[in-house]
Design a protein around this ligand. Sequence first.
Ligand SMILES: [Zn+2]
Ligand SMILES: [Zn+2]
Length: 259
Amino acid sequence: MHTINDPLTTPDTRGIRLNIVFDNYPCNPGLQSLWGFSCLIEMAGQTVLFDTGSNGRVLLQNMEQMGLDPASVEMLFVSHPHWDHIGGLDSVIELAPHLEIVAPDSLSKLYLRDLRGTVRKLSVIDGMPTKIGKNLYSTGVMGEIGEQALVIDTEEGLIVITGCAHPGIDMIVARAQEMLGKDILLLMGGFHLSESDNDAMERLVVSLKSHGVRRLCPTHCTGDLARKMFADSFGALYLAGGVGMKVDFGPHVHSAAGI
Ligand SMILES: [Zn+2]
Ligand SMILES: [Zn+2]
């Protein structure tokens, strides 16, 4: 495994909050939903923005309504080069030029060169799993489109966040588990399953459960049939993701659609 930042590590879920700030699925009617995905992760000592959705103006409006300050973002994790994940990049950088970008090597070389000049630090991730911060990891860039997923290591298990899961959600889960040897406390993000039929979904549910996935929050490009089948098979451990959702970790996982 590569290491690009290596502070002391003590896995802990206390104080971790995930805020879905951009999504095409609505969760809180006070926020605007557009195609794309972005999630702000608040954890002890660091604030990380995962992707930026397709539109900076809407991203910033949603963050403001949720009481989140873009200037507090210290790390911007970019999953893959698609427009619905990098559309708000510039808007965030303008308000938080001190941040570090953790980008996949699938982004255009010219784009990477320009980004390097606008932020404090740019770390480019290749195919190798990489430790990127305190309890924070990248799966490494996977698949043809070149996508990385974010992994948060906690005492109770891993929190895995995916952009579109183009390499396959089961492949990403297997990689995360192999990297850190723990079950998945929560799998969140776009799972890219709108083409999957009933049989494929049934096999996937079995595969995810066998890989120790305990809770799911599928959203963005997951697809309605897939969301329904996950809801049926995971029951109370299924969270219907959408813009405005907050997931708190502590002694118990708690989600709410509050602003
Ligand atoms: Zn997407
Ligand atoms: Zn995509």
